[in-house]
Design a protein around this ligand. Structure first.
Ligand code: HGY
Ligand code: MN
Ligand code: MN
Length: 400
């Protein structure tokens, strides 16, 4: 199967007809169908399929035990109503690049692996890059086992339901010790390459970022009979917090987003008893992220005091800044003849692997609108083909 056929085979999996976006949440039926697709693509090429204890799937060409292996790939899960490209472009391009190497008769001196990392978006259990974090040990297995989805079901229970053993969650030293480098190709989630007029770029760094849960608690009561002065309304405290986050992020040249809310009891004619809201905060440096979250928390607490509500802020995950391997980036520049170098505010498994000491690089493919984490995410077929060509050239350089 060539690139288009692979792309078409994945296109319908987990796509919501109404929104046109993808809902490929970890271990959902759609995610299982993506796993089947991955296994089929590996099998079709005679690549050895291996799943680690964390649900990360790998397709291998060559003997991993030879060491210094070159890993590429990305992820197949999505955010709620995500686009088609974030993740799948890297996996499909990886298979297409392996095909290109084989057509050229390349005989790799070290194993080439294609990864599909589990739960990169953290859309179901809240922790982004859960699969690669578990693999590298930056997410503890005990904590992961107890993570709950929106229905209160733990990851351990979900894994058992999919015939996986939660006791196997955790680092996989046999794999990590044999990895020489990782290359993730990804659709760009911004317009940097549009501005450069280039189809392909290389990443320099990932901004530090994190997720914080704000729990606002107040008093449930009647919307019609409770005078405004008698209310303890957590929605008000939340609303002011969202405005404060927006203002502070603008002032600091950072990013702050409340994109997920859980309101109880969620009735039109009742003052809520509880509002849970998740803050996603990012900035070019860690001090700015910290100052931003501290400032938003302070303003939220101050407002809670005035509203008669309570607030607890819980850090759910924080990812420090990552600078990708410089010598690998120089090799990319040599092989591709110089491409734009971009930093990004988006998180990736590539960042987790680089932070774990595995030399890592990322190739970005132009996104004409820059839209991502939304159904309109897009890349032109000719740019996708340029991405495959670039990845194949780079892999060839790395394995021969
Ligand atoms: O949220 C992120 O930055 C990434 O796309 N997982
Ligand atoms: Mn994403
Ligand atoms: Mn992604």
């Amino acid at each position: 199967m060539g690139f288009e056929a692979m792309w078409d085979a994945l296109a319908a999996v987990g796509r919501d007809r109404a929104s046109g976006g993808y809902r490929r949440f970890a271990w959902s039926d759609a995610d299982m169908a993506c796993r089947e697709w991955f296994a089929g693509a590996a099998c079709e090429r005679g690549m050895a399929l291996v799943e680690d204890g964390n649900g990360n799937a790998f397709a291998w060409w060559g003997d991993l035990d030879a060491g210094n292996a070159v890993l590429t790939g990305s992820h197949l899960d999505s955010v709620p109503d995500g686009g088609a490209y974030d993740g799948p472009l890297g996996v499909v391009s990886a298979f297409a690049a392996v095909d290109a190497l084989r057509e050229r008769g390349v005989e790799p001196r070290r194993a080439v692996g294609i990864a599909s990392f589990a739960d990169e978006e953290g859309a179901r259990f809240g922790i982004a890059c859960a699969g690669s974090r578990l693999l590298t040990g930056s997410l503890a297995a005990d904590r992961a086992r107890g993570l709950r989805d929106r229905d209160g079901v733990t990851l351990a229970e979900v894994l058992r339901g999919r015939q996986r053993n939660p006791d196997r969650l955790g680092p996989t030293p046999r794999l990590l010790d044999r990895l020489g480098c990782f290359v993730e190709l990804h659709v760009e989630q911004g317009r940097g390459l549009v501005e450069h007029g280039a189809p392909v770029g290389v990443a320099s760094a990932i901004w530090p970022h994190g997720r914080w849960r704000f729990d606002f608690r107040g008093e449930a009561n009647h919307a019609g009979t409770t005078p405004m002065r008698d209310r303890r309304d957590p929605m008000l405290t939340y609303a002011m917090t969202a405005l404060a986050a927006n203002k502070q992020a603008r002032l600091a040249d950072a990013r702050a987003t409340f994109g997920r809310l859980d309101v109880a009891p969620n009735g039109t004619n009742a003052i809520p008893s509880r509002v849970q809201a998740w803050l996603d905060a990012r900035a070019p440096d860690e001090a700015t992220v910290k100052a931003l979250v501290d400032q938003v928390t302070r303003q939220a607490e101050e407002r809670a005091g005035r509203d008669g509500t309570d607030l607890t802020v819980t850090m759910e995950s924080v990812t420090p800044a990552v600078a990708f391997d410089g010598s690998l980036r120089d090799r990319v520049a040599r092989v591709l003849g110089g491409v734009p170098v971009l930093s990004t505010g988006a998180g990736h498994d590539a960042g987790v692997l680089q932070a774990a000491g595995i030399p890592t690089t990322m190739l970005f493919v132009r996104n004409p609108t820059g839209v991502s984490h939304a159904p309109d995410e897009y890349a032109e077929p000719s740019d996708c083909a340029a991405g495959v060509t670039a990845l194949a050239l780079l892999l060839q350089e790395l394995v021969t």
